[in-house]
Write a new protein. Sequence first.
Length: 144
Amino acid sequence: MNTSSRPIRRFVIPPKLPPPVNPALVKHAEHRAQDAQNRAADAITRFAGSMTFVYLHIIWFTTWIALGVEKYPFGLLTMIVSLEAIFLSTFVMISQNRADAKRQVIADQEWRTVQEEDQQNKQLLEISEQILALTKEVRAMSQR
């Protein structure tokens, strides 16, 4: 692909987010990508949340009104936009559920990490107590 077409492609197709680096999120993303419905919802959400979507609607509404497709108060246009809003709100909720699932994956991983660290801290305290006991014994023996 030549470099002059990249800005146009970027304008038309919003760029994907970079892949996650957290191993738990990578696994979650791979699992989510297996379902075609999730991939479609993610693509629609990514497009609907872009400036391309806004620009296309500006062009569409301006053209609709300028060409006089229908008379004011634009009943058909209003119905189309209302229907679109219903679907877009559904995709917003899907996106919100996806974000909640990601937050849960991260929270679960952090909880496991905290539990592992707690266990390690207990082991370190036991080792420290053993070192202290040995140190006391060595001192007691050296003072005899």
